[in-house]
Structures are given as structure tokens and as C-alpha cells.
Ligand binder design. Structure first.
Ligand code: NAP
Length: 242
């Protein structure tokens, strides 16, 4: 059984990716600070999920990879753990800037670097980072300078690793959701002054569910997506096309 590790797998888009990967027959490690509730729910349903408790801001990301490898190797890595600090650049402290950059970008690099040798050993691997529509924009009506910088930089990392690791059988892609209703975006969808103009700009006229994003992301982790690498795959209801 192929093994997948999903950071941020305890809720939101990460949890939906866990569910889609389980449905595709992977054994899936749920990595987050509090993965226990999600894993208990999944195992109660007879699904092959296991908990990887880790605080990726304060513990070495390699620890999560080692815990997954102990379950039988590592074939898929998804980095969906994320935080945001919504402040204009002039009010954003350097510590806040570093926190956001570290969790989204540095941790992506460290996880991928730890995972790649195991994928190379299997001759097969899939790495999926989480970008965003903000990979290609300023970030929209709410200022998020560190977040949008991290999400854009992840495209560079995706391309660099895709090229370097193609001969090892590893595909590396960036999944870029538009607006998705999760806890992460609650301060935005909970405020009609932000929610209404954003929603009016989405050609499909609504926000995505985590499942709609995860179905595309899980496909990128399959054999069928074997000729797809180094790409940003945007799932945004037409937001960027507006
Ligand atoms: N929602 C959107 O509209 C949207 C759009 C584009 C891109 N994205 C991206 O998609 C990804 C998932 O977003 P989401 O909306 O699903 O967010 P979410 O519902 O807030 O989930 C965030 C996940 O990250 C984990 N996490 C946070 N800090 C962590 C840490 N220090 N160590 C380990 N895990 C940590 C959380 O788990 P614990 O609390 O258990 O640690 C949780 O599982 C993020 O990369 C986000 O930037 C989201």
C-alpha cells in the first residue's frame, strides 16, 4: 500500500485531501498539532489513516516524514498546513513575516527534501504544495503581503524541484485554490463587506468547498497524472479569468 503524508490534514482542505487519498487506496498520515479527532473519525470508518502529531512551526519537519516512512515508505507528500497574518506591509512585524514565510515556504522545502530520497527509492513519488490564487495576484482586498509572497515563491520551488527530481520518478505540482470556505478564511467570509464583493468577482458566483479542491489535488497524486509536473493547477471558479 502506498503511503501519503498530508500536513494540515486535521481540517479544511487538508482533511478533504486526506479523505480523497484514502478513497484512492493510500494509507494516509494526518500531520498537524491536533490530528487525533480527525484520525479517530477516519479509523472508525475503517479507513487507513494514522496520526502524525507535530507542530511544524516549532519542531523539525523531518520528524513528520520519519513517522510516515515508519508506516511503509513515503510515496505522496502534501503540504497543506497554513497560517495567515492579515495586515498591511507597514504594520507587519518581521517576526510575523518570518512565521508565515517559514510555515508555507521553508517547511515545504524541508519536507520535500526529507521525503524525496524515500520516493526515489520507490522510483515513484508525488509532491503537492498548496499555492493559491494569490500565487498570481497581490492578495485581493485584505492585505496579506507575507502570505502572497510565500504562495508565489512556492511556484519557483515547485518548478525547481519538478525539474531536478523528474529523473527520480517524482512529480511536483502546486495546487492553487481560489476562495474556499474553511476556518482559515472565516474572518473574510464572516464579514459581508469583504465576502460580497469577493463573491461577485467569482464567475461561478460562489466559494469552493474543500472537497472540490481536494478532488483535483488527489488526482495530481495518482498514476494517471504521471505526465503532469512543475505546474500550478488553479481551481478558482474562474476568479483569475475575471
Ligand atoms: N481556504 C482558502 O480559501 C484557501 C485558498 C487558497 C489556498 N489555501 C491554502 O490551503 C491550505 C489549507 O488551508 P485551509 O483553508 O484548509 O486552512 P485551515 O482550515 O485553517 O487548516 C489549516 C491546517 O493547518 C494546520 N496547522 C496550522 N498550523 C500548524 C502548525 N504549526 N503545525 C502543524 N499544522 C499546522 C492545522 O491543524 P492543527 O490546528 O491541528 O495544527 C490545520 O489542519 C493552506 O496552505 C492555505 O494557505 C486556502
Amino acid at each position: 500500500m502506498r503511503v501519503a503524508l498530508v500536513t494540515g490534514g486535521s481540517r479544511g482542505i487538508g482533511l478533504a485531501l486526506v479523505q480523497e487519498l484514502l478513497a484512492k487506496g493510500f494509507k494516509v498520515g494526518v500531520a498537524s498539532r491536533h490530528p487525533e479527532t480527525a484520525v479517530a473519525d477516519l479509523t472508525r470508518q475503517g479507513l487507513a489513516a494514522f496520526a502524525v502529531p507535530i507542530d511544524l512551526e516549532h519542531e523539525p519537519p523531518e520528524k513528520a516524514v520519519a513517522q510516515a516512512v515508519a508506516q511503509g515508505g513515503l510515496h505522496v507528500l502534501v503540504h497543506a498546513a497554513g497560517i495567515n497574518v492579515r495586515k498591511p506591509a507597514l504594520e507587519l512585524g518581521y517576526e510575523e513575516w518570518r512565521r508565515v514565510l517559514y510555515l508555507h515556504l521553508d517547511v515545504a522545502f524541508l519536507l520535500a527534501k526529507a521525503a524525496a530520497p524515500h520516493m526515489a527509492q520507490a522510483g515513484w513519488g508525488r509532491i503537492l504544495f498548496l499555492g493559491s490564487a494569490t500565487t498570481f495576484t497581490s492578495g485581493g482586498p485584505v492585505p496579506i503581503p507575507a502570505y502572497t509572497t510565500a504562495k508565489t515563491a512556492l511556484l519557483g520551488l515547485t518548478r525547481a524541484l519538478a525539474k531536478e527530481w523528474a529523473p527520480l520518478g517524482i512529480r511536483v505540482n502546486l495546487l492553487c485554490p481560489g476562495y474556499v470556505k474553511t476556518e482559515f478564511t472565516a474572518p473574510v467570509w464572516g464579514n459581508p463587506e469583504l465576502y460580497n464583493p469577493i463573491t461577485a468577482r467569482i464567475p461561478l458566483g460562489r466559494w469552493a468547498s474543500p472537497e472540490e479542491i481536494a478532488k483535483v489535488g488527489a488526482f495530481l497524486c495518482t498514476d494517471e497524472a504521471g505526465y503532469l509536473t512543475g505546474q500550478a493547477v488553479v481551481v478558482d471558479g474562474g476568479f483569475l479569468a475575471y
